[in-house]
Design a protein around this ligand. Structure first.
Ligand code: ADP
Length: 455
């Protein structure tokens, strides 16, 4: 036989030769003389000489490497889909719990507030609980929106010169009361030399990551000190947040940065949270060109680190997303005639309260059709707050129709949908600006100042 071929059919050769039986349709992996491996579908038969003695074997092999690989890939894809399905279900179950818990508190204490015999102190206490529950809900919703934005690739990076020390100072003054209330200490142990503290980066994202790490340190430690700060390490800035908390087992130190994964882990120590914070932080840090990691010992504590490039010039960086910083001065704008288009009565009432300082007159309608009509009757309206999801014609359509006869009125769209490219699509229909619900009073005031200062 040609020696090469004989050597290739390895697995069943001995059997064929010894027992004299054929082997048909076997899948086997063979090593080629060049060192590569291939999958063959083989059939082998003993080869007899004239006297009926086995002297070797004949075999045929068909190369099925490609089919085999495709099959393996399919199996892997199926397993991955099943795994991701399982994680999503676990994630949803956890999310449902995370949303129900604060909701429970909000509705329960709202019910209790109805009691006319409550003392002032009790009332204040219940209101505070409701506020906290609302804030917690909003956190979860923000996390979900952020992760969706990240996944759909529409999260922008806006670079501007930012003072890292100012950001560290802000963090310590923000969290100090909470940490001290827990009987722990919060220390800012490393800051940058003043002349190095100005960096071109996305301040909001750096702050979000730092905030998230400090929040976790507070959440997962019950005593001791939380230390944080920032050092310059060559061309990068390295932030750290160190706690003396419960620590993280080695085999989870990677997984905690994955989205959806945390929820699936049997976590006896899990304290409230949707398990998205670190996944969002990781995406932010990577968007800024850095890395994030943790060093931790169970029962001793954890230190989270993240880096960002230490760029002090804007050149060479993506300029597209640079935001002009909003003036924070407080110029007096004229008093406005305002139309609120909103089908939800509670939201409409809230807007009315928020708008009071700017308003000389506030009109309210509940549908898109009425919005168009009332604009025809009142050409002197200065500002319209336009809800998008409305019964009948929606906010986008109403805006288009209003623009046909009134190009000047300022229209601010407000919607609960913060997910996709609807910002641009609303601006395209003729809105001047866009806000996401729940509308925050400060943001609304900033937006109005910006719009009316410009014109
Ligand atoms: P969440 O805290 O909302 O569950 P995160 O994504 O922020 O979600 O964190 C994921 C997991 O990592 C947490 O559930 C917790 O188990 C672990 N973890 C995060 N930070 C710490 C910390 N400082 N100490 C101990 N465990 C932590």
């Amino acid at each position: 036989f040609p020696a090469g071929i004989y050597e290739h059919f390895l697995t069943d050769d001995k059997k064929v030769i010894k027992e004299g039986i054929g082997v048909v349709n076997r899948e086997e992996r063979v090593l080629l003389p060049n060192g590569n491996t291939k999958w063959l579908l083989t059939s082998k038969l003993p080869l007899y000489n004239g006297k009926g003695k086995i002297v070797g074997l004949v075999g045929i092999g068909r190369d099925i490497t490609t089919e085999k690989k495709a099959k393996q890939e399919l199996i892997a894809a199926k397993e991955k889909a099943e795994e991701s399905d399982r994680l999503k279900s676990a994630f949803l179950a956890n999310m449902s719990h995370e949303i129900r818990t604060p909701m429970n508190g909000i509705l329960g204490f709202a019910e209790l507030l109805k009691n006319p015999r409550l003392t002032d102190e009790q009332q204040q206490q219940y209101i505070e609980i409701i506020e906290k529950g609302g804030a917690r809900m909003l956190n979860i919703i923000n996390d979900i929106v952020d992760i969706s934005r990240i996944e759909s690739g529409i999260m922008d990076v806006s670079l501007a010169e930012s003072d890292i020390n100012e950001l560290l100072d802000y963090t310590i003054s923000f969290f100090k009361p909470e940490v001290e209330a827990k009987g722990m200490r919060l220390l800012l142990t490393e800051v940058l030399p003043k002349e190095r503290a100005k960096v071109v980066t996305d301040r909001e994202k750096v702050l979000a990551v730092l905030t998230n790490l400090v929040k976790n340190a507070i959440k997962y430690a019950n005593e001791g000190t939380i230390g944080f700060g920032c050092n310059k390490k060559g061309p990068t800035l390295e932030f750290f947040v160190k706690d003396t908390g419960i620590g993280i087992p080695k085999d989870r130190q990677q997984a905690i940065f994955d989205r959806f994964v945390q929820a699936d882990i049997e976590d006896k120590e899990a304290r409230q949270g949707a398990g998205l914070g670190l996944a969002i932080s990781k995406s932010y840090v990577e968007m800024l060109g850095g890395e994030i990691w943790v060093e931790s010992k169970e029962g001793k504590g954890s230190t989270f680190y993240f880096t960002i490039p230490h760029d002090d010039k804007i050149e060479g960086r993506k300029k597209g997303g640079i935001n002009a910083s909003v003036e924070s001065k407080d110029p007096q704008t004229k008093k406005l005639k305002i139309l609120i288009v909103e089908d939800d009565e509670m939201s409409s009432m809230l807007l009315e309260k928020f708008l009071e300082p700017f308003a000389k007159d506030i009109l309210q309608v509940f549908t898109g059709e009425d919005a168009v009509d009332i604009c025809r009757q009142h050409p002197d309206i200065d500002l319209i707050l336009m809800d998008i999801k409305l019964p009948g014609i929606d906010g986008a359509e109403a805006t288009k129709q209003i623009r046909e006869f009134n190009k000047d009125v300022v229209i601010v769209a407000q919607t609960a949908k913060a997910l996709s490219g609807d910002r641009q699509s609303m601006l395209d229909t003729g809105c001047n600006d866009y806000m996401t619900k729940p509308i925050n009073k400060e943001d609304l005031h900033e937006t109005i100042k910006r719009l009316f200062l410009k014109s």
